[in-house]
Write a protein that binds this ligand. Structure first.
Ligand code: SF4
Ligand code: F3S
Length: 77
């Protein structure tokens, strides 16, 4: 799956939602989050985000690891 990290907070640009072919990016209040069971890892959302908030789960940067659990737990996944 792909993971949305802290730069989305306060930005919520939503460009990612427009390019996702399976519509697995959901409004989660202060940020958007990706449903890990629905994401097909196509990568389309990564360059679409103007604040570079999205990463493949295995490439989430240091200090942003807590967002891995946040993306999973929001969906109970
Ligand atoms: Fe959607 Fe592809 Fe991004 Fe997954 S990697 S959230 S399927 S655009
Ligand atoms: Fe957030 Fe970037 Fe999408 S700011 S809503 S992850 S385009």
């Amino acid at each position: 799956t792909h993971i949305i990290t802290s730069p989305c907070i306060g930005t919520k640009d939503q460009a990612c939602t427009e390019v996702c072919p399976v519509e697995c990016i959901y409004d989660a209040g202060e940020m958007y989050l990706i449903h890990p069971d629905e994401c097909i890892d196509c990568g389309a959302c990564v360059p679409a985000c103007p604040v570079s908030a999205i990463f493949p789960e295995e490439d989430v940067p240091a200090g942003e690891e807590s967002f891995i659990a946040r993306n999973h737990e929001f969906f109970g996944a």
